[in-house]
Design a protein around this ligand. Structure first.
Ligand SMILES: *[C@@H]1O[C@H](CO)[C@@H](O)[C@H](O)[C@H]1NC(C)=O
Ligand SMILES: *[C@@H]1O[C@H](CO)[C@@H](O)[C@H](O)[C@H]1NC(C)=O
Ligand SMILES: *[C@@H]1O[C@H](CO)[C@@H](O)[C@H](O)[C@H]1NC(C)=O
Length: 276
């Protein structure tokens, strides 16, 4: 295994995540959840690498937002090839997808300028590139769960919440964009909102395996929590007690071009990681 350099970017808490739990109808803001870099480009090909990386980023920024929120591309030749993709959360407008892609590219450039294996997770999008082809390969390692250790789910909602998310894990793979959001009415305890999504380069079958694996791996971390989010290279799941998603979908609308503010991952919030 390579030596990984982690940066949980922004372990600084901002009030936004708290604010976002209080309103019944608001969309969330964008945040850099995590970045993982490894590998260094060979110095003899440094110029090629930078050129290929720039071309790749330009292509992803240009094409991702107008291609249903997903785009994969490769640049360079032979030993200098670079493979990359961007996947926006399924409810993002093209405008928000573009903002997030730009943010992710900026973070990758500033935090890991020389790495040739980079993954950047934002709440609204995921950016990945590598000198090795990874398209179509479902990856179960490098997954992350974010939750609040002490924010427990109402006991009588627990099993409903988990089976709700289990249901999403089994139906999302069959959605046109392997993205599904849903709401669960839990009576006096209000509502719960969930989503499950897979990166569009993997197969529907692998999507199901990926989502199930995330639920299983993090069962003890998230199983009794009122909210949680899981992030992996190939799939993502969210569970909240407020409506975090937008009404629009990437493929449907240009949407608002609001600037994406950086929300930080909070201290006191568990960040559980599983490495392959
Ligand atoms: C990718 O880069 C790493 C060094 O970071 C190198 O060891 C590996 O051989 C490269 N892979 C390819 C396919 O060039
Ligand atoms: C975690 O949840 C507890 C209980 O709801 C709450 O009091 C606390 O403020 C939360 N912590 C953070 C960092 O959100
Ligand atoms: C989203 O859709 C719901 C139900 O159709 C509607 O009540 C709500 O006002 C919409 N929210 C926004 C921000 O458009």
């Amino acid at each position: 295994m390579e030596i990984f350099r982690f940066a949980i970017v922004g372990a600084v808490f901002s009030a936004l995540i708290l604010l976002s739990s209080s309103g019944p109808c608001h969309a969330d803001s964008n945040a850099n959840t995590r970045i993982q870099c490894s590998g260094t480009d060979d110095s003899t090909t440094e110029n090629d690498f930078q050129t290929n990386l720039m071309n790749l980023m330009d292509t992803l920024v240009l094409k991702g937002p107008v291609s249903g929120g997903f785009y994969k591309a490769e640049t360079g030749k032979k030993a200098n090839k670079l493979f990359g993709l961007v996947q926006c959360r399924g409810d993002m407008s093209a405008g928000n997808c573009a903002n997030c892609t730009n943010d992710a590219v900026a973070v990758a450039k500033s935090k890991c300028p020389k790495s040739n294996e980079v993954m950047v997770w934002f709440t609204w999008c995921f950016l990945r590139y590598s000198n090795e082809s990874f398209f179509g390969i479902m990856e179960q390692g490098s997954v992350l769960a974010i939750t609040n250790d002490t924010d427990f789910e109402d006991p009588h909602v627990l099993s409903k919440g988990l089976s709700f998310m289990g249901g999403l894990a089994s139906t999302a793979p069959n959605q046109p964009h392997m993205f599904q959001k849903a709401v669960l009415d839990v009576g006096q305890s209000g509502k719960r909102y969930g989503m499950a999504q897979c990166s569009l380069d993997i197969s529907r079958a692998d999507c199901g395996v990926c989502l199930d694996a995330q639920l299983t791996s993090f069962r003890t971390t998230i199983g009794n929590k009122r909210w949680w989010e899981t992030y992996g290279p190939s799939c993502f799941m969210w569970y909240h007690d407020y409506k975090f998603y937008f009404n629009i979908s990437t493929s449907a609308s240009e949407g608002s071009r609001r600037a994406s503010s950086y929300r930080r991952v909070s201290i006191g919030v568990t960040i559980a990681m599983l490495m392959s």
